[in-house]
Design a protein around this ligand. Structure first.
Ligand code: DGL
Length: 287
């Protein structure tokens, strides 16, 4: 078992995965909150989107992504995908030998605290909404207000394509998806898919200034920091952590959009074939 014990454990990396680029919105917050940590990222861009697939398929993909990350011997795994968090986090927590942090509970807690009993909206993938995970998470966080939900299946492919948020196609799609929520006027709206913060400016403009957006990346980064501190797993290095990105398709496009989003060049996105996700497990070290 790769446990949190051992004197070298704090120097191990944090493993992060998503169906594609979206999880980088969480990585961005992790880099800001924990600048000394090494991060190994896997974006399963060959099999994106997860949000329109069945629970069984998402569970299988998530288990394969996490198993591949385990070859890098992480000290903690972040499921930086709401859909995988909704369908697979319990399975991953039961099977992985390291702490697993999801993106749903931290965002839900933050939204409930901000809403103070007023209505909360959540936009997410079809799978995440259908799973009932947000309904459960806001209830567990003590919400007393209504929860308004909307699924937005086209947004993930739009973000993966690298379209800008002022692109007329993006605005047209968003306007259609957000119409009902605009009428309902929630006080707080959760961006319940890690791809959506890439469109946060356009979403904020369409929803209006009375709606506060919650991007679960920030809350998740704080939860990761706390989990590492509690387990004495914080890297003692104050800065200089390295990010190593991998994706399962189109590394060039991935690198271009990733750099734009992270605000710094993401050199060396390494391609990983999907057969490697299911193949034998050579041991690799952190970046
Ligand atoms: N970033 C993933 C999420 O948070 C996108 C899911 C998808 O690939 O559809 O749900």
């Amino acid at each position: 078992m790769i446990s949190g014990t051992g004197k070298d454990a704090p120097r191990r990396c944090i493993g992060v995965f998503d169906s594609g680029l979206g999880g980088l919105t969480v990585v961005r917050r992790l880099l800001a909150e924990l600048p000394g940590e090494d991060i190994v990222y896997l974006g399963d861009s060959a099999r994106v989107p997860y949000g329109t697939k069945s629970a069984q398929t998402v569970r299988t993909f998530a288990a394969e992504d996490a198993a591949w990350l385990m070859r890098h011997e992480p000290k903690l795994v972040v499921v930086a995908c709401n859909t995988a968090s909704a369908y697979a986090v319990e399975h991953l927590r039961a099977t992985l030998p390291v702490p697993v942090v999801d993106v749903i509970a931290p965002g839900a807690r933050r939204a409930v605290a901000l809403a103070g009993g007023r209505p909360i909206g959540v936009i997410a993938t079809e799978g995440t909404i259908a799973s009932g995970a947000y309904q459960q998470a806001v209830a567990e966080a003590g919400s007393t207000g209504a929860l308004l939900t909307g699924s937005c299946p086209l947004l993930v492919p739009i973000v993966e394509e690298g379209r800008d948020e002022d692109d007329p196609i993006v605005l047209a799609v968003l306007s259609g998806y957000l119409r009902a929520l605009q009428r309902a006027r929630p006080a707080v709206m959760i961006l319940g898919c890690t791809h959506y913060p890439l469109l946060a400016g356009a979403i904020a403009k369409l929803m209006g200034p009375h709606v506060q957006l919650v991007d679960s990346g920030q809350a998740t980064a704080l939860e990761v920091a706390e989990a590492l501190a509690t387990a004495n797993l914080r890297n003692p290095r104050p800065a200089g952590g390295r990010l190593k990105c991998h994706c399962t398709d189109n590394a060039e496009r991935f690198a271009a959009v990733a750099s734009r989003f992270l605000g710094r060049p993401v050199e060396q996105v390494q391609w990983v074939g999907t057969d490697e996700l299911t193949g034998p497990s050579p041991c690799r070290s952190c970046p």
